[in-house]
Ligand binder design. Structure first.
Ligand code: URA
Length: 332
């Protein structure tokens, strides 16, 4: 794996691949679903046009690259798996990122770097609930906030609070509503609850999600109360959605678009390079933190199957403007 990178600021291989996700222009679509689990990514890719189970039967743990006329797959050496194809004729990608905010940051920045034009990104993951909602239910995030360990508290002990809870950041309302409507439609004959609410993204599955672990001093007995006090509408906790919503908001063209909207008509300039990111998130509730129950794992693929169609439908239904301005992808 010897490569020469063109810059230390944003390292790229000489063929244009980014450093961690390892994709280049033409390999990622403007419409992306991001998941943690590689198995979930393959299950989504089964819904792509003309894809068969055999296409996805990869034994190699990677890194690997598979190119077929209807399908592109790349497993990076850091285990980011990108699969690109079409769904009902529209280019779509699924990217599996494993877990946590740092992986979300790699994924968004590096895919944004190789995709031209506006993007729609839906996160599809799992979560715990701090309300008494049955495991196996589905949550749609109306916004997300961050719960982080306040490291100084554990260093100095003169800090007020062991955890920092940020204000909430919303996703894209239109994509969120499409997703909610499609999930409702897809699950209408099933006994599956679909709930909208705020999501807290934590920097640990354990301490900052108020799990108890006697091997460490975590000072998290008050944490659920503090979260509920600051965000009474919080229903779920996981580890990624805030990263997505926050970076979508900080995407430079979203900032500029907002500035432009606020200007009087005479002063408006046409934005030539619209790199807006529309983001939404839906999660399967795996853990009920009120009654301390966990989903039985054989239920998960069945629940996923119900959700995948709604997620892909929402991704292709969202308007990203003139298709001519989008990234052409190989094989579509
Ligand atoms: N993922 C999380 O981050 N937390 C849970 O409780 C379940 C899934």
């Amino acid at each position: 794996y010897s490569h020469i990178y063109s810059s230390a600021n944003f390292p790229l291989e000489d063929n244009g691949r980014t450093y961690h996700v390892s994709t280049k222009p033409g390999e990622v679509a403007n419409r992306v679903v991001t998941v943690g689990d590689h198995y979930r990514a393959f299950q989504i890719a089964e819904f792509f046009d003309n894809v068969t189970k055999e296409d996805l039967d990869v034994q190699d743990p990677g890194p690997y690259e598979i190119k077929k006329p209807h399908l592109f797959m790349y497993m990076s050496k850091r285990k980011f798996l990108t699969i690109t194809g079409t769904y009902q004729g529209v280019p779509v990608s699924v990217v599996a990122i494993c877990m946590g905010l740092p992986m979300m940051d790699f994924f968004i920045r590096e895919t944004r770097h190789v995709v031209k034009g506006p993007m729609a990104i839906i996160r599809f993951g799992s979560c715990g609930t701090i309300k008494d909602i049955e495991t196996g239910s589905i949550a749609v995030a109306t916004g997300a906030f961050m719960v982080s360990r306040n490291y100084n508290y554990f260093i100095n002990k003169n800090e007020e609070s062991p955890y920092l809870i940020s204000d909430a950041c919303s996703g894209d309302k239109e994509l969120q509503e499409l997703l909610y409507k499609n999930l409702k439609k897809e699950c209408k004959n099933e006994n599956i609850k679909i709930i909208k609410g705020l999501n807290g993204s934590a920097d640990s599955f354990y301490s900052s999600q108020a799990r108890h672990d006697n091997n460490f001093i975590d000072c998290n007995d008050q944490l659920f109360d503090d979260i509920r006090k600051k965000h009474p509408n919080c229903i779920t906790l996981e580890m990624e959605t805030f990263g997505l919503f926050h970076l979508a908001k900080c995407s430079s063209s979203t900032y500029h678009k907002k500035e432009e909207e606020e200007k009087p008509a005479s002063k408006k300039v046409k934005l030539s390079n619209n790199n807006e990111i529309k983001a939404a998130a839906t999660t399967m509730i795996f853990a009920n933190r009120v009654n301390n129950t966990f989903i039985s794992t054989e239920k998960v693929p069945i629940l996923q199957d119900k959700m995948i169609k709604s997620i892909l439908d929402s991704l292709i239904q969202i308007n990203l403007g003139d298709e001519k301005n989008l990234q052409p992808v190989e094989g579509s």
